[in-house]
Design a protein around this ligand. Structure first.
Ligand code: 26Q
Length: 767
């Protein structure tokens, strides 16, 4: 984008006059933020408009979550005007960094939602015609605080600063009908800017509104009473994002959200397709849809229904669906696979349910074993099975994950339809996750190998011959990033960290399978070792945690309380204050991640093997030159393939071993053999830590008692974890260690989301 500072400031001033009746001198932060954003939006209108009118074949990425984070810096970066705008604002006495107070758009929970955001950015940057379709939640993922170490949740008012990066498109509003009410779906479009290429794709988020405003005439003919309930329920549909990650909640409101979003999107797409005069049977020539997990899978019966309402036969409609839909699975956890009660579904969406039954009947007609191949069984609708049956392609998100899908989770389906199954390993956008969050490092790299890596990440391999000469600058920049993070943490968490400490980081959703517990127990193990004089010269380490727990996930909240108690114990003990610090940052989100990822010395990726589908923060740390301390799980396996296992710190049971271990597993024996581990574990119940609510006791019991004690083999993997982690801590700071960091960065190319979306475009979308 061409930039003219004078023109830009004049545009900003004009918006300030028109929208806020103020000028540059009198504008507050909020006004300035909106005016700057809108001035940029205006400039990009022509590019956006061109994209919307193009006749190219497109893919719709259907997702209940888009975890976009903060838009302004990333948009300005991609438009190539971040520095210009910063300078122009500086010229009038304003600091562009003041917009750091703008709330994140946290319309997602974690990995799955952030992946969708990275894919939109990468697709635009690669000029791939990918548009997002989702929900404009009024409140995104809750804001987290700690009170006495317990997690508290508050509503996330992400629109507090306004939403200048969206435009409301009333002319495209449609009606969505449920058995008990009809609501109006209004789209808000967000431009997705490619990196310095003039491409603008669209993220279309639907907002639910009552019908009255839409059609006041018909309102007058109807019964006031009925409409009153409609009014109440309508907006409720898009009120709030469900805060669950990798866990299914069978709430009907969640089903309403899912149907609302896909019905609106499909109606919109069909209406526009029909306007071109083409036969709906040829829809797959123009459109395909990627279903981001099972959450939007109800789109399949909805499209069947809509097409038959347009005159197609069931078989014709089925062929269109088979040609349009593809399905990504993000999890193998049984508790995350969506299943809906058939009666509830048929009550809410009778015509949609009919289509599900028709699919079930078609499947039965294939002559397969009905015990292995079903969509509806025992009055339960299995959304993943519906997706696999109809979709042309089913993909896992890392090699190990796809293998597990083929050999375990969906074994029968794979054997019947082997060609459907493909792997597309996840990726991240290097623009947000290195250029934007770590500009000094980006400049260092540019200076060595040029800037081709911005859009061709494998070019980072060119760094390999330069590693020796880069080491001092690399260390200096990392140190500065640590200093910056330490200041931010001091301001926000009230904990002082020294940048001379090792920054050992685990940030991700709180889930038992991710084993934050393993990390926390190791902290206590080191702590007691230092106290007892058994561990000498412990390398000074800051253990940094960040995670939100689903509000209804008791054990996850117990782990948060535990770690906060450990932090209190350790940080208030002067005997170890020059050796260790523990901090659990509050409200970990995309913007916090940007600050943390560039400042970490250790990336903890320690899930039980076979549980983490891929992970994507592992890739972000790698991109920023951080070694992985991890298990052979998810994309860690491929990280080792790319960067060398010897350049990372790998421990723990392998996926092949896990099933066998569980056969005879007895956590008590392990604890009895390791007195210090026992002592660490017993802090949960021996009064060392305060536990007002009995939570820690429950956590202790989950590790030691019941039907399946220590389900995720924390205690089993503990010794090996300590062995490798200790090695890492003592390697830290050596030249050999610093080389490992850069070797990881140089070999991160595969994990660019640019590669991932190109794989989708080539192998699945055929764009
Ligand atoms: C389902 C039903 C009802 C309510 C909520 C849900 C729900 C919501 C979110 C189920 C799952 C999720 C999120 C899953 C997720 O984020 N999975 C992660 O996806 C990443 C991107 O592929 C992977 O890297 C992670 O390994 C995987 O855990």
């Amino acid at each position: 984008m061409q930039f003219d500072a004078k023109q830009f400031l004049a545009d900003v001033e004009r918006v300030l006059h028109a929208d806020y009746a103020c000028d540059l001198k009198s504008a507050g932060r909020r006004e300035l933020y909106n005016a700057v954003s809108k001035a940029v939006m205006e400039e990009t209108f022509d590019d956006w408009n061109r994209a919307r009118r193009s006749a190219r074949r497109r893919c719709g990425y259907f997702s209940a979550e888009f975890l976009m984070g903060r838009a302004i810096y990333s948009n300005l970066l991609n438009l190539g005007i971040l520095e210009d705008v910063g300078a122009a604002l500086k010229g009038v006495g304003e600091d562009i960094m003041q917009f750091e107070e703008v709330e994140d758009a946290a319309l997602g929970n974690g990995g799955l939602g952030r992946l969708a955001a990275c894919y939109l950015e990468s697709a635009a940057s690669r000029n791939i015609a990918l548009d997002g379709y989702g929900i404009r939640y009024r409140y995104g993922l809750f804001r987290q605080t700690f009170q006495d170490g317990f997690q508290h949740e508050e509503g996330d008012d992400w629109l507090k600063w306004g939403d200048p990066w969206s435009v409301r498109v009333d002319r495209d509003a449609v009606l969505v009908k449920f058995a008990d009410l009809t609501v109006r779906a209004v789209p808000y479009d967000m431009p997705i800017f490619g990196y310095r290429n003039g491409v603008v794709n669209t993220l279309r988020l639907w907002q639910a509104e009552p019908v009255q405003a839409f059609d006041f005439a018909s309102f007058n003919e109807m019964h006031g009473e009925v409409k009153a309930t409609e009014n109440f329920n309508a907006t409720k549909i898009t009120d709030v994002l469900y805060p669950n990650d990798n866990t299914m909640v069978g709430k009907i409101l969640r089903l309403r959200q899912q149907y609302f979003m896909v019905s609106a999107s499909l109606q919109d797409i069909i209406a526009k397709f029909k306007a071109t005069g083409k036969d709906l049977r040829t829809l797959p020539e123009k459109w395909c849809f990627q279903l981001n997990d099972t959450h939007p899978v109800i789109a399949i019966p909805e499209l069947l229904r809509l097409l038959q309402a347009e005159g197609l036969t069931f078989d014709e409609a089925f062929a269109v669906c088979a040609g349009c839909f593809n399905f990504t699975n993000h999890t193998i956890m049984a508790e995350a696979l969506e299943k809906w009660d058939a009666l509830a579904l048929s009550d809410l969406l009778p015509e949609v349910y009919e289509q599900i039954v028709a699919c079930q009947q078609r499947l039965q007609g294939e002559g397969l074993n009905p015990d292995q191949f079903y969509i509806v069984r025992d009055n339960v609708v299995h959304m993943a099975n519906l997706a696999i049956y109809v979709c042309a392609h089913v993909n896992g998100v890392a090699q190990i994950h796809t293998n597990i899908l083929k050999t375990q989770t969906f074994k029968n389906w794979y054997e019947q339809y082997p060609d459907k199954f493909v792997n597309i390993t996840n990726g991240i956008t290097p623009r947000r996750w290195l250029l934007l969050n770590n500009p000094e490092m980006a400049r260092l790299i540019d200076g060595k190998i040029g800037d081709g890596w911005h859009t061709k990440l494998p070019e980072l391999k060119k760094l390999l011959p330069h590693i020796g000469e880069m080491l001092p600058d690399f260390v200096r920049i990392k140190q500065q990033n640590k200093q910056n993070l330490a200041e931010y943490i001091a301001g926000h968490e009230g904990v002082q960290l020294s940048p001379d400490f090792i920054f050992d980081v685990q940030v991700k959703r709180l889930h038992e399978y991710k084993r934050q517990m393993l990390n926390a127990l190791s902290v206590l193990w080191y702590y007691f070792g230092i106290k007892d004089g058994e561990i000498k010269d412990f390398p000074p380490t800051a253990f940094i945690f960040g995670a939100k727990a689903a509000p209804g996930y008791y054990m996850a909240k117990a782990v948060i309380k535990f770690i906060n108690e450990v932090a209190k114990l350790v940080n208030s003990d002067p005997a170890v204050s020059d050796r260790m610090k523990v901090v659990f940052v509050q409200n970990y989100n995309v913007s916090y991640a940007e600050k943390i990822v560039c400042a970490a010395d250790i990336s903890e990726q320690i899930s039980l093997a076979g549980m983490e589908a891929s992970g994507t923060s592992n890739m972000k740390f790698m991109l920023n030159g951080t070694v992985t301390l991890g298990t052979m799980d998810g994309a860690n396996v491929e990280i080792c393939e790319e960067a060398g296992r010897e350049n990372n710190y790998i421990f723990g049971a392998t996926v092949e071993e896990v099933a066998a271990i569980k056969q005879y597993y007895c956590p008590r024996e392990i604890v009895e053999q390791n007195p210090r581990l026992k002592r660490a574990l017993e802090t949960l119940v021996d009064g060392t830590l305060s536990d007002g609510s009995g939570m820690l006791k429950k956590l202790y019991e989950s590790m030691t008692a019941g039907y399946e004690p220590d389900r995720y083999l924390v205690l089993y993997d503990f010794a090996d974890y300590i062995r490798v982690k200790t090695q890492l801590l003592y390697d830290y700071g050596t030249e050999e260690f610093n080389r490992k960091c850069l070797v990881n960065m140089a070999n991160v190319g595969k994990f660019s989301a640019d590669r991932s979306v190109s794989d989708y475009a080539k192998n699945i979308w055929k764009l």
